[in-house]
Ligand binder design. Sequence first.
Ligand SMILES: [Zn+2]
Length: 79
Amino acid sequence: MSCYLCRDKPRLYWGTGYFCADCKRLQDAISIYGDRVFEVVEEVLFRTEDKQEHKIKSELKKEIKSKEKQLEDDKQTKL
Ligand SMILES: [Zn+2]
């Protein structure tokens, strides 16, 4: 029996559905990051390869900036 999502790899029951380990990982990402996962898929994967390279770099930059801000905010709250 194959995974409900990719319909390719063998599935396991995880309590939330029948998925392969890779698709379970995607499900975890969605539950942690929510819509951010769909944005990344749309903006990064559904682009041509040269545009992907550029987009990956700019998304990483955004991600780093947001983490830096989060760390800074955490520091402020502790003080
Ligand atoms: Zn799968």
